[in-house]
Design a protein around this ligand. Structure first.
Ligand SMILES: Cc1cc2nc3c(=O)[nH]c(=O)nc-3n(C[C@H](O)[C@H](O)[C@H](O)COP(=O)(O)OP(=O)(O)OC[C@H]3O[C@@H](n4cnc5c(N)ncnc54)[C@H](O)[C@@H]3O)c2cc1C
Length: 381
């Protein structure tokens, strides 16, 4: 078994670190104050080739999952909130187009999304449908040369800025639960789209937006994949995006850990450094173990995905372990900074909130356990 990172991927991760240090870090305080990631930054990410896709012959091509995991971890070490905006664009929106879009649609929209001049999102969650995706109520009604969509998507990352959304809606209300939904590519600049940004404290500066569609027309050729397969298709998007969001959660853990350990080595109390207390040294060892275990699981999931093997159980395990590590580490890291950690501008302040957000996006910890359990049961027919 070879645990080394291919040299070109390690170099890309290093280049991204430099990019993030120069192009993200100096602007972050201002963007967080304004609670907005400028569109120009989506373009910079695209032009740098930092999304998880490239293109060939008009088709989207997935880059190695490990490359994306290394980049997402580095991104989230600095800002999980900026990282999630990039992830929602590439790994939810573009992923829907990549997995389910016809060549023609990929050709038409892929390039602009790849270079970040078109921003994407995915609207699935509704008041009646979060973990239980089949509970979606947004209605798609046949219209001349297409469909009209009506309903509300409750929580959409990038919903305030996106041009295009991958949207699930009911096309076949009388069909069985697993064939009622279809997936659409919706132009959010269309008439009838109403966006309401929601007030949140997690994953700043990304937005979280309610998207209301009031009889929005969608052309027939913007149906993604097959009619009636929307449930399976959106679950496939989540299975894929679970890998980068596990990396984002891992970066949340590692970023908090790094800040706090550096601080603990410097901070003197009772005439000793914080790291000189055995209780703290044990905590550091335990958290490091949790982070390393999560990283190894994540890399295994990446390896399986790139090898074309079934990675779904490993992706759920990676997300589960990364979120568990992030939740524990971020709370510990804030504690190490004492009172300073409650100040909004303090670099550690965001991590506990962002770890909490990571536990919700792309399936809660309970949902990961459901996937893991199903996987285990397959071994006990
Ligand atoms: C910051 C943020 C960004 C988001 N971005 C997007 C986005 O871009 N697009 C989008 O479509 N959605 C987005 N979401 C929504 C997110 O995907 C959902 O919140 C998530 O899937 C959980 O759904 P829910 O909130 O309806 O909770 P529910 O599904 O109602 O879950 C409630 C509780 O029940 C538990 N539970 C659920 N099912 C089971 C079960 N079978 N067994 C045991 N326990 C269970 C859950 O773990 C949870 O504790 C975002 C959410 C947040 C917080």
């Amino acid at each position: 078994m070879d645990f080394s990172i291919p040299i070109e991927l390690a170099e890309d991760a290093k280049r991204f670190e430099t990019f993030a240090r120069d192009r993200l870090a100096p602007h972050l305080p201002e963007w967080c104050r304004q609670r907005e990631l400028p569109r120009a930054f989506f373009r910079e990410l695209g032009q740098g080739g930092w999304y998880g896709f490239s293109s060939a012959d008009g088709r989207l091509v997935k880059r190695p999952a490990l490359r994306e995991a290394l980049i997402a971890e580095g991104f989230a070490r600095l800002s999980p909130g900026a990282a999630i905006a990039a992830l929602a664009h590439a790994d939810l929106g573009l992923m829907g187009l990549f997995l389910h879009g016809a060549r023609d649609l990929q050709h038409r929209y892929g390039e602009a999304a790849l270079d970040g001049s078109t921003v994407m999102c995915l609207g699935n969650t509704e008041a009646t449908a979060g973990s239980d995706v089949a509970g979606i109520r947004m209605q798609a009604t046949p219209a001349k040369a297409g469909w009209t969509l009506a309903g509300t998507k409750s929580y959409v990352t990038n919903g305030a800025v996106a041009d295009l959304a991958v949207i699930t809606a009911v096309t076949d209300p009388d069909a069985p639960r697993n064939s009622r939904l279809s997936m659409f590519l919706v132009d959010l600049r269309s008439e009838g789209v109403r966006r309401t940004p929601l007030n949140k404290q997690v994953w700043v500066p990304s937005d979280l937006t309610r998207l209301e569609l009031r009889d929005v027309f969608v052309p027939e050729d913007h149906l993604l994949g097959a009619r009636g397969r929307g449930l399976q298709q959106v679950l496939a998007v989540f299975s894929h995006s679970r890998v980068p969001i596990a990396a984002l959660s891992l970066g949340t853990a590692a970023g908090a850990f790094d800040l706090a350990v550096r601080h603990a080595r410097q901070r003197a109390i009772f005439g000793r450094k914080v790291t000189d207390f055995q209780a703290k040294s044990f905590e550091i060892a335990e958290l490091h173990a949790a982070i390393e275990a999560a990283r190894l699981m994540l890399w295994k999931a990446c390896w399986k995905m790139d090898a074309g093997e079934d990675f779904r159980g490993d992706a759920a395990l990676a997300k589960y372990l990364s979120v568990a590590a992030a939740t524990k580490t971020a709370a510990w890291a804030a504690d190490i900074f004492g009172a300073a950690s409650v100040i909004l501008e303090h670099p550690v302040h965001k991590f506990p909130m962002d770890a909490w957000a990571a536990s919700l996006g792309e399936g809660t910890q309970d949902v990961q356990k459901l996937v893991i359990f199903r996987e285990i049961m397959q071994r006990y027919p």
